[in-house]
Write a protein that binds this ligand. Structure first.
Ligand SMILES: [Zn+2]
Length: 294
């Protein structure tokens, strides 16, 4: 059939189908754009944050947020919420978020992130001292995270909240820290049972590359106490002078990165992990310190 009207009709149909296909092709480009966003938040959307009682231990924020600090409360939920209101003028404390220990843990906000909360105390990391102005703090309800494991449900909420804070504030992995990292010898929270490794596997915080640790172990390179101190300090730890200061620094490091044995003794594995972390996250500082290759 060679009807001109019919052939016009056929041509229009083909054009319509092609247009539809082209529009359809545009979708993958769009979705590949969204695929660039790290996956965790998409997996755990719907983070509910409740407004709790306010902490008095807070002040206007004057610095950009660059660090995220994790704590355990060392108390039950009611006592923690009471203490964290910071009503005692002699001991003003405050925190941005509390994660409860209920079967379905809740996130309670006590200080908005636009304010600096008094959670770090005397603290230091890398070139910074007193981290309250530069950090967001999370308290997790646990009596002692060196003795009592965190529940899987709590770990999931920690992950969701951290992901959100890190993304909004563009916090570097090696600036996601425990209170024990920034207050060496004074604090031991969030403890050796805090799921750092699990969180790192999901993209939260710093972690050494396993193949590098293995390679370092096979080289079995030792370090003098002075070299060890220098490596810990390059990574960020603030250490008191002398052998006791170094031992406490190694303990803090192990509590975070080698929690199976917190001894304060830099064995081969501890050293291998430390070298790998310094190389991965502090290579520029290492170069400036003119240390031999780690
Ligand atoms: Zn703490």
């Amino acid at each position: 059939m060679n009807n001109p009207l019919w052939s016009y009709y056929v041509r229009m149909c083909v054009l319509l189908i092609l247009t539809h296909l082209l529009v359809g092709c545009a979708t993958p480009t769009k979705s590949s754009k969204t695929a660039i966003t790290p996956p965790p938040i998409a997996k755990f959307t719907g983070l509910q944050i409740e407004q709790g009682p306010s902490s008095l231990g807070a002040e206007p924020r004057k610095e950009k947020i660059t660090h995220l600090i994790l704590h355990y409360t060392a108390g039950t939920l009611p006592s923690s919420l009471d203490i964290l209101q910071g009503k005692d003028p002699a001991h003003k404390v405050g925190i941005h978020y509390v994660i409860t220990d209920e079967p379905t843990p809740r996130v309670i906000r006590m200080v908005p992130e636009t304010m600096a909360a008094f959670h770090a105390g005397k603290s230091g990391w890398s070139e910074l001292n007193a981290l309250n102005q530069r950090s967001v703090g999370i308290e997790i309800v646990n009596l002692d995270g060196n003795v009592h494991p965190y529940s899987a449900a709590q770990a999931e909420v920690v992950f969701t909240l951290c992901t959100d804070i890190i993304r909004r504030n563009d916090i570097r992995p090696n600036n996601v820290l425990g209170h024990s990292d920034i207050a060496v010898g004074r604090k031991i929270d969030p403890g050796s049972l805090f799921p750092w490794a699990k969180l790192a596997s999901l993209g939260i915080g710093a972690w050494p590359l396993p193949e590098e640790v293995k390679a370092n172990l096979s080289k079995n390179k030792s370090a003098t106490p002075a070299e060890l101190r220098q490596l810990l300090e390059i990574y960020g730890y603030h250490l008191e002078p002398g052998e006791p200061g170094l031992k406490l620094g190694i303990e803090a490091f192990q509590r975070h990165f080698r929690p199976s044995k917190v001894t304060g003794i830099a064995d081969a594995e501890t050293l291998a992990i430390l070298r790998s972390l310094v190389r991965r996250y502090r290579s520029e500082e290492l170069r400036r310190a003119r240390l031999p290759k780690v």
